[in-house]
Design a protein around this ligand. Structure first.
Ligand code: GLU
Length: 315
C-alpha cells in the first residue's frame, strides 16, 4: 500500500513537471466604444495565439488612469495608458493627487491619440473658448481624456467651473450627443473612434480646433502635445482638421519577468500583420519609443536593443 502511494506521488510529480502551466494575463483597455478596446482585443489574440502557455484577456475599463491603478493593485498585468497619464502617475502629479503610482514600465508606444472635441456641425462652437457655459463631456471617470480636457480648457483660460461637465464613456457621450443632451465631447483616442463614427451616422459633426493662441498656450505649458492632421473624409467633416495629440502606449507590471516581457514585445512587432484593425499599420519599431517618458521594462528594452533601438530600461 505504502509502495503504491509513493509510486503514485512520483508519477504525479513527473506529470506536473512535464505539463507547463498557463500564464493568464489581464489586459486593461478602455470603454467598449474606444480604440483601446478594439485594438487591445486583437493584440491579446496575437499574444495568446503566438505564445505557448500565455492566455491574455482584455478588460473593459475607464481608461488610462484606471488602468494604471489596476496594474499597481495587481488586478491586471498589461494595460494601455496615454504617455502623459503614465508620467503623472510616476510623479504623483495632476489627478494622482501627490500619490506616486510607479509599479509599471513601458512596453511600447503604439499610435497617436488625438484630442477630438466633437460637436454638432451647427453648434456654433469653433474654438475652445466657445465651450464656455456649454454642456461638455470631459471623459470618463479614470480616463486620460479628462486631464486633456482640463488642460485644453485651460489654454482658453477656462476651468471645469466655466462649463457644465459630464463624465461619460465614449459610448455614453455618443448617445448623449445624439439625444441633444451635450454640446461637445472630449475623446482622446486613436482615429477613427467607433463612438464618433456612431454620432456621424446620425448628424453632421465638426472637430473643434484650437485657435492659434489656444494652441500656443497649450503647447508651451505642456510640450508633449503635438498636432495631428485629421482628413475630412474620416468623419464626413466639412474640411480637414489639425488637432492636438498624445501617444497611446502599452505598459506592464514591474513584476513581470523579463522573458515574458521580451516575448510580448517581439510578438507585438513581428506578428502585427495578423491583425485586422487599421491601427496595425502604425505599430512599428521606428515609433516604438514615441512620447514615452517613463523607463521601459528590461525585457522590452532587450528586444528593442536587438532591433537597434536603445531605450532607458528599469532595474
Ligand atoms: N485615451 C483614452 C483614455 O485613457 C482612452 C482611449 C480609448 O479607449 O481608445 O482616456
Amino acid at each position: 500500500m505504502k509502495k503504491i502511494a509513493v509510486l503514485a506521488l512520483a508519477l504525479m510529480l513527473v506529470l506536473t513537471a512535464g505539463a507547463s502551466a498557463t500564464t493568464y494575463l489581464g489586459f486593461g483597455t478602455g470603454g467598449t466604444s474606444g480604440t483601446y478596446y478594439a485594438v487591445g482585443a486583437e493584440i491579446a489574440a496575437l499574444w495568446t495565439n503566438n505564445l505557448d502557455d500565455v492566455d491574455v484577456t482584455v478588460q473593459s475599463t475607464g481608461g488610462s488612469k484606471a488602468n494604471i491603478v489596476s496594474i499597481v493593485d495587481g488586478e491586471c498585468e498589461i494595460a494601455f495608458s496615454q504617455n502623459d497619464t503614465a508620467l503623472y502617475a510616476y510623479e504623483g502629479t495632476d489627478y494622482f493627487d501627490n500619490t506616486v503610482f510607479d509599479n509599471f514600465y513601458a512596453l511600447a508606444s503604439l499610435y497617436p491619440e488625438a484630442i477630438q472635441i466633437v460637436t454638432p456641425a451647427d453648434s456654433g462652437i469653433t474654438c475652445v473658448a466657445d465651450l464656455k457655459g456649454k454642456n461638455v463631456c470631459v471623459g470618463d471617470v479614470g480616463s486620460g481624456t479628462y486631464m486633456n480636457a482640463i488642460q485644453v480648457l485651460e489654454s482658453a483660460g477656462l476651468t471645469e467651473a466655466d462649463i457644465n461637465p459630464t463624465y461619460l464613456s465614449f459610448g455614453e457621450a455618443a448617445t448623449a450627443m445624439i439625444d441633444g443632451q451635450i454640446d461637445a465631447s472630449f475623446t482622446t483616442a486613436g482615429i477613427p473612434n467607433p463612438a464618433i463614427q456612431e454620432i456621424m451616422t446620425k448628424m453632421d459633426i465638426r472637430l473643434v480646433e484650437l485657435s492659434d493662441e489656444e494652441w500656443a498656450a497649450l503647447s508651451e505649458k505642456y510640450p508633449f502635445y503635438f498636432l495631428t492632421p485629421v482628413s475630412a473624409d474620416i468623419y464626413g467633416l466639412e474640411e480637414d482638421a489639425s488637432i492636438p495629440a498624445i501617444s497611446a502606449t502599452l505598459i506592464v507590471s514591474k513584476d513581470m519577468d523579463e522573458e515574458l516581457a521580451y516575448n510580448l514585445t517581439k510578438v507585438l512587432f513581428e506578428k502585427t500583420s495578423e491583425m485586422n484593425h487599421a491601427k496595425k499599420a502604425e505599430i512599428q519599431i521606428s515609433t516604438a519609443t514615441n512620447g514615452v517618458m517613463i523607463p521601459f521594462h528590461p525585457g522590452a528594452a532587450k528586444y528593442l536593443a536587438e532591433q537597434g533601438v536603445e531605450v532607458t530600461a528599469g532595474e
